[in-house]
Design a protein around this ligand. Sequence first.
Ligand SMILES: Cc1cc2nc3c(=O)[nH]c(=O)nc-3n(C[C@H](O)[C@H](O)[C@H](O)COP(=O)(O)OP(=O)(O)OC[C@H]3O[C@@H](n4cnc5c(N)ncnc54)[C@H](O)[C@@H]3O)c2cc1C
Length: 261
Amino acid sequence: MDIVVCVKQVPDTNEVKIDPEEGTLIREGVPSIINPEDRHGIEEAIKLKEEYGGKVTVISMGPPQAEEVLKEALAMGVDEAILVSDRAFAGSDTWVTAYTITEAIKNLDGFDLIFCGRQAIDGDTAQVGPQIAENLGIPQVTYATDLNIEGKEVEVKRQLEDGYSIIETELPLLVTVLDDINDPRYPSIKGIVDAYRKQEIEVWGADDLKLDESRLGLDASPTKVHKTFVPTHEKKGEILEGDPKEQAKELINKLKEEKVV
Ligand SMILES: Cc1cc2nc3c(=O)[nH]c(=O)nc-3n(C[C@H](O)[C@H](O)[C@H](O)COP(=O)(O)OP(=O)(O)OC[C@H]3O[C@@H](n4cnc5c(N)ncnc54)[C@H](O)[C@@H]3O)c2cc1C
């Protein structure tokens, strides 16, 4: 079974810095990690390869330093790593990111299954996985917490707010995973040594993929950030004191004044 895992390098913090002029993410100077849910995608792919054979390929679109997350994926046990990188990709929104990654996937020798994380902790849109599936014209199941494969048939447990549903579908398929799906393994020492000493990362740019220039980067991105801001909290907390019965009455009066009750 040939499996692709889309892996994004993200800042190691939930506090994404944003350029106030451009409204774009500032990545320079921020320590980076594999997007946490993408590690679970890697783990699921390696587990399936161990069970059914085949090959796991990780793809990341990003600047040259995104090689670091690909090296980590190689150290965990994936077979191939591809960095999709070109200055022409700078400023891509989710639409253009998904187009570019889709074209990279089409450039592979084929695939049965694609894993993405449910969402990236910086951009947080959860759009890229579903957009790739749409571009490729294959089924998708999002929010996966379990997966069973029998031949071409796939059964996916999909998390809902108040329960779960079981989706039956077929390969080829794209699945976005939640962290409940598995416990990612740590890279072994041998895995780390091999990843850094022996395994190469292929780099594919716009020309390698014969991409349409008019569909790349910031200019082709239909989503424009008009304003970014940190919400302010103007209301202050108030502590009621004195006799608890009186406090309760005062609280109820205040809630009535605010029309909460
Ligand atoms: C309005 C807007 C404007 C933006 N402008 C810029 C900009 O100017 N410059 C800039 O650098 N970024 C910009 N971004 C961020 C950029 O769009 C995102 O980094 C990218 O499109 C992925 O979106 P996301 O982070 O929401 O991923 P999600 O859709 O939340 O990611 C879901 C999954 O898709 C896969 N995935 C996502 N991105 C990648 C990737 N790059 N490589 C491999 N797999 C991936 C991963 O498996 C991930 O878990 C912008 C985002 C928005 C919403």
